[in-house]
Design a binder for this molecule. Structure first.
Ligand SMILES: NC(=O)c1ccc[n+]([C@@H]2O[C@H](COP(=O)([O-])OP(=O)(O)OC[C@H]3O[C@@H](n4cnc5c(N)ncnc54)[C@H](OP(=O)(O)O)[C@@H]3O)[C@@H](O)[C@H]2O)c1
Ligand SMILES: [Zn+2]
Ligand SMILES: [Zn+2]
Length: 352
């Protein structure tokens, strides 16, 4: 074991504070990574504050962070894909059983035995996994991704969650030319969804509650922007969408978006508010609409997404912060006050 610097929360109401954690020495199949940037996902905040206590109660101390890019500092002797000095990335998962039908199909995100990057039982240490708000991490090479060399690293980090979580359902549901696609909530996930939907050639409409984001939405690739408080503008979109991706982190009126779907249209939730959302069944019955969900994406698909971003020069719009500002960043995240992802420059932790 070796010591790593990190930031952790001691309880649901504690701030994140500097700490030291034990990481395992790399096994024969492990890659050790010096973390350069880690994005701040709203899931980090949900988990730190134990907002998903029903499903995934938080084990404290909690070190969040699953949007990780860095440089390889050490590899185990059986590691094939990476060598010291390479760029490397880690997303939301660090392990799975590798044997179940989902793993065999490349859908590690649906493996009943997957291990998330933080707050999951860690077979190596006997404790829980610790995430990317840290100066280093050790991960099995199967769960380590390659970062295209042309991408800015601070902006590439959020691709590892916000990127794959939006890319995967857009691809699964056939978003592309000739399709009308809605994106609800212009946050970390939402702004990536807009970039991808636009790059895939779809007619892209953003729904936002923030008037200050309207111009940005167009710059990011939206063909139309609707303020969700504008009842007339909302009504004008009724029955017209093939697909809507909902990336809102809080309770909201889902029925307002269901009624915007055309026949056989589908609305997919990626946002994960802590409370259930009341759904009007009649909204679904008429026009045979679908209400569905999606969680991150598989490892091969995550690499495909990173390569797509390399080819199309897509990164996240980030506000780079030192880790010492992480608690302030959380307060701003709750207020939807970030354009559009915080990315922690981990040099601030190493130099502290
Ligand atoms: N399914 C998955 O695999 C997965 C992966 C990652 C994250 N998530 C979840 O996805 C959600 C979004 O994550 P994120 O990191 O993108 O969060 P975020 O950056 O905070 O963005 C959420 C956006 O939702 C909108 N919003 C916030 N509060 C709202 C409210 N009360 N009513 C209506 N809209 C509201 C805001 O957009 P506007 O200002 O445009 O209205 C905000 O920017 C979180 O719940 C997160 O846990 C799920
Ligand atoms: Zn995330
Ligand atoms: Zn499996």
């Amino acid at each position: 074991m070796f010591n790593a610097k990190a930031y952790s929360a001691a309880s649901a109401t504690s701030p994140l504070v500097p700490t030291t954690i034990a990481r395992r020495d790399p096994t024969d199949t492990d890659v050790q990574i010096e973390i350069l940037f880690c994005g701040i996902c709203h899931s980090d905040l949900h988990q730190v504050r134990n907002e998903w206590s029903g499903l995934m109660p938080t084990v404290y101390p909690c070190v969040p962070g699953h949007e990780i890019v860095g440089r390889v500092t050490k590899v185990g002797k059986n590691v094939k894909k990476f060598k010291e000095g390479d760029l490397a990335a880690v997303g939301c998962m660090v392990d799975s059983d590798g044997t179940c039908p989902e793993c065999k199909a490349g859908n590690e995100q649906f493996c009943p035995n997957f291990v998330l990057t933080y707050n999951f039982p860690d077979k190596h240490t006997g404790g829980v996994t610790y995430g990317g708000y840290s100066d280093s991490i050790v991960v099995d090479e199967k769960f380590v991704l390659k970062v295209p060399k042309n991408l800015d690293l601070a902006g590439a980090a959020p691709l590892l969650c916000a990127g794959i979580t939006t890319y995967s359902p857009l691809r699964h549901w056939g978003v592309g030319k000739g399709k009308k696609v809605g994106v609800v909530g212009l946050g970390g996930l939402g702004h990536m969804a807009v970039k991808f939907a636009h790059a895939l050639g779809a007619h892209t409409v953003v729904f936002t509650g923030s008037p200050s984001k309207v111009e940005d939405a167009r710059r990011l690739g939206a063909d139309e922007v609707v303020l969700s408080k504008d009842a007339n503008a909302m009504q004008a979109q009724a029955g017209s969408f093939d697909f809507i991706l909902d990336a809102v982190a809080a309770p909201h009126d889902i029925n307002a978006y269901i009624q915007m779907l055309a026949r056989d249209g589908n609305i997919t939730m990626v946002g994960a508010p802590e409370q259930p959302l009341p759904v009007s069944v009649f909204g679904l019955l008429f026009r045979r609409r679908r209400f569905s969900g999606s969680i991150i994406g598989g490892i091969a698909e995550t690499q495909e997404m990173l390569d797509f971003c390399g080819d199309h020069n897509i990164t996240s719009d980030v506000e780079v912060i030192p880790i010492q500002k992480v608690n302030e960043a959380y307060e701003r995240l709750v207020k939807s006050d970030v354009k559009y992802r915080f990315s922690i420059d981990m040099a601030s932790l190493r130099e502290a």
